[in-house]
Design a binder for this molecule. Structure first.
Ligand code: F6P
Length: 525
C-alpha cells in the first residue's frame, strides 16, 4: 500500500536534507547560472519563481520522482472523470467540471453532469441580467442596487475574494456586502445604511443547515420585514438561496424558483465556480464570471496535460512538501503585495488547512509525517511593519509566497513601483540575510529563508481564475502525496456538535472549566 515515506524518493530526500544542511540558497545561484529560467514557469499570465528555495538540482530531481511515484497521475485522472475520490463521503469531486469550457461530457454514475452545469450557468446569466437591467425589481418597484451575501466558509470566502480582488471590473451602482460572522454586529453594521426595498439577500449555504448562516438569515429576514412596508409575500423579491439542499431553503421560506442549485460533488471550499458565484455574477457581470471560469479551465488543462517538471501546480506543491517534510517548516505565509488581494490569505487558509489539515490517511490510518502547515498572512505593505521582523530573525523558518500583479489599473505608477520593489527586496533579504560588522549581533539576519514569488501579468477575471485554480491543484497534489482525503472535513464536526450541546443549556455534563464559564456567560444571553 502507498505511503510516501516508504518510497525511495522520500528516503533519498531525507538523506539529501541532512547532506545539504549547511547549504546556502544563494550559492545555488553561483552553481546554476540560469537558475531563474530553470526554476520558474509561467502559465496563463501567472509566473512562479521557486528558485529562492533551498532546493539543489539533486533535491529537485528527487521531488519529481516523489510526485511520479505517488498515485498523482491516477488520482488526477479519476478526479476529472467524476470518480468518487472523496472516499469518506463517497462523493465525486468535480469543481473542474464547473469550468469545463470544452463541454466534453463528464460522467457521474453514468450521467453527464455538463447539461446541469450549463443550465445553472444560464440561470445565473438570466437572473443577473434581470437585476442589472432593472427587470427584477424590489417589492415597491425600486431597482435592486444592494446585494448582501449571507454565508460562511466556502459560501463566503471565495466570492468575497473575487468580488474584492476584481473591484475594478464592478458593474456601476451594484454594491456587494458579505455577512459571515454570527456576531450580530456584523450584519447590523452592514444593514444600517441599506434601503430594504433595494436590497437582495442571498442565503448561501451548501447544507442550508450551518448554524451561523441560518441565524443570520433569520435575523436579516426579520430586519427586512420590520424596516420596510413589505408583506411576507414580498420576500420572494428579496431573498434567494444558493444551496444543495433546496428542501431546507423552501422550509426557510424561499420559493423553489428562487433557489440556485449546486450539487454534493462540489466541496464548499471549491464552490465559487458554481451557483455560489452568484454574488460574483451580480457584482461583475456574467461575462466576467465566464472569464474567471476560462482562466481556471486553462490551468485545469495545463495541470492535466503538462509533464511533472513543467506543471505549475505540481511544482508549487513539491516546493511546499520539501519545506514542510524535509526542512521542518510548520507554517506558510501568503503575502500579497496588492491591496485588492487582501482576502487571498483567508481563502487559502480554508482551502489548504480544511483540505489537508489531517493526520489520518485515506484508508483511516494514522500518518507519521506532517501535512498541511498553518497558512496565514496579510498584505505585504502592512505585514512588513508588523510581523516581518519574525520572518527575518525569528526562531521559526516560515516559507513565504509573495504575490503581486505587474500592471495596476490605477494611475499610480509610483505606488506600484514601491510595492513591487519592496516585495523583491524582501524576498532577496530573506535569502541573503546580513552580517553586521559591529560587535553586536542584533543586526544579524541569518537569511537562507525560502520564498516563492508569484507574479500576475495583470489582475483580470481570467488571471485570477488561473491563480485560484493553481492553488486548488497545489493542495490536491499535496493531498495525494500525503495520501489524505483533501475533500472531507470531519474535524469541523466536533466543534459544531459541542456548540449545539452548549447551546442547549439544559445539558449538565461539562468539564469544570466549561461549566463555570458557561455559568458566567449565560446571564448575558
Ligand atoms: O464548517 C465547515 C464548513 O462545512 C465548510 O466546509 C463550509 O465551507 C462551511 O462550513 C459552510 O458550509 P455551508 O455552505 O453548508 O453553510
Amino acid at each position: 500500500m502507498y505511503s510516501p515515506d516508504k518510497t525511495p524518493a522520500w528516503l533519498a530526500l531525507e538523506k539529501l536534507a541532512i547532506q545539504n544542511k549547511n547549504d546556502r540558497i544563494v550559492e545555488y545561484f553561483s552553481k546554476q547560472p540560469f537558475r531563474f529560467s530553470e526554476m520558474s514557469i509561467k502559465k496563463s499570465g501567472v509566473l512562479l519563481d521557486y528558485s529562492k528555495n533551498k532546493i539543489s538540482t539533486d533535491v529537485f530531481a528527487q521531488l519529481l520522482k516523489l510526485a511520479d511515484s505517488s498515485p498523482l497521475h491516477e488520482r488526477r485522472a479519476q478526479m476529472y472523470a467524476g470518480c468518487r475520490i472523496n472516499l469518506s463521503e463517497e462523493r465525486a469531486v468535480l469543481h473542474t467540471a464547473l469550468r469545463n469550457r470544452s463541454q466534453q461530457p463528464v460522467m457521474v454514475d453514468e450521467r453527464d453532469v455538463m447539461p446541469k452545469i450549463s443550465a445553472a450557468l444560464e440561470r445565473l446569466k438570466c437572473f443577473s441580467e434581470a437585476i442589472h437591467k432593472g427587470e427584477w425589481l424590489g417589492f415597491s418597484g425600486k431597482k435592486i442596487t444592494n446585494v448582501v451575501n449571507i454565508g460562511i466558509g466556502g459560501s463566503d470566502l471565495g466570492p468575497k475574494l473575487v468580488c474584492n480582488a476584481l473591484a475594478a471590473f464592478k458593474i456601476p451602482d451594484m454594491k456587494l456586502f458579505f455577512v459571515s460572522s454570527v456576531d450580530g454586529a456584523h450584519h447590523q453594521d452592514i444593514l444600517q445604511g441599506l434601503d430594504p426595498a433595494q436590497t437582495l439577500f442571498i442565503i448561501s449555504s451548501k447544507s442550508f443547515g450551518t448554524q451561523e448562516t441560518m441565524l443570520n438569515a433569520h435575523s436579516v429576514k426579520k430586519w427586512f420585514l420590520a424596516n420596510s412596508n413589505a408583506e411576507s409575500t414580498d420576500i420572494k423579491q428579496h431573498f434567494v438561496a444558493v444551496t444543495a439542499n433546496s428542501k431546507a431553503a423552501n422550509e426557510f421560506g424561499i420559493a423553489t424558483e428562487n433557489v440556485f442549485e449546486f450539487w454534493d460533488w462540489i466541496g464548499g471550499r471549491y464552490s465559487l465556480w458554481s451557483s455560489i458565484g452568484l454574488p460574483i455574477v451580480l457584482s461583475l457581470g456574467y461575462e466576467n464570471f465566464v472569464q474567471l471560469l476560462e482562466g481556471a479551465h486553462e490551468i485545469d488543462q495545463h495541470f492535466l496535460e503538462a509533464p511533472t517538471a513543467e506543471n505549475l501546480p505540481v511544482l508549487l506543491a513539491l516546493v511546499g512538501i520539501w519545506n514542510i517534510n524535509f526542512q521542518g517548516a510548520q507554517s506558510h505565509a501568503v503575502i500579497p503585495y496588492n491591496e485588492v488581494l487582501r482576502d487571498l490569505p483567508g481563502f487559502l487558509q480554508q482551502l489548504d488547512m480544511e483540505s489537508n489539515g489531517k493526520t489520518i490517511n485515506r484508508l483511516g490510518e494514522k500518518v507519521s509525517y506532517n501535512t498541511s502547515p498553518i497558512v496565514w498572512g496579510q498584505t505585504g505593505s502592512n505585514g512588513q511593519h508588523a510581523f516581518f521582523q519574525s520572518l527575518h530573525q525569528g526562531s521559526n523558518i516560515v516559507p513565504v509566497d509573495f504575490i503581486a500583479t505587474l500592471e495596476q489599473p490605477l494611475e499610480t505608477p509610483e505606488h506600484n513601483k514601491s510595492l513591487l520593489t519592496n516585495m523583491l527586496a524582501q524576498a532577496e533579504a530573506f535569502m541573503l540575510g546580513s552580517k553586521d560588522d559591529s560587535q553586536s549581533n542584533f543586526n544579524n539576519c541569518p537569511g537562507n529563508r525560502p520564498s516563492n514569488v508569484l507574479l500576475i501579468d495583470k489582475l483580470s477575471p481570467k488571471t485570477l481564475g488561473a491563480l485560484i485554480a493553481v492553488y486548488e491543484h497545489k493542495v490536491f497534489v499535496q493531498g495525494v502525496i500525503w495520501n489524505v482525503n483533501s475533500f472531507d472535513q470531519w474535524g469541523v464536526q466536533l466543534g459544531k456538535k459541542l456548540s449545539a450541546r452548549i447551546n442547549d443549556l439544559k445539558h449538565a455534563e461539562h468539564d469544570d472549566s466549561t461549566a463555570n464559564l458557561l455559568n458566567l456567560v449565560q446571564r448575558y444571553f
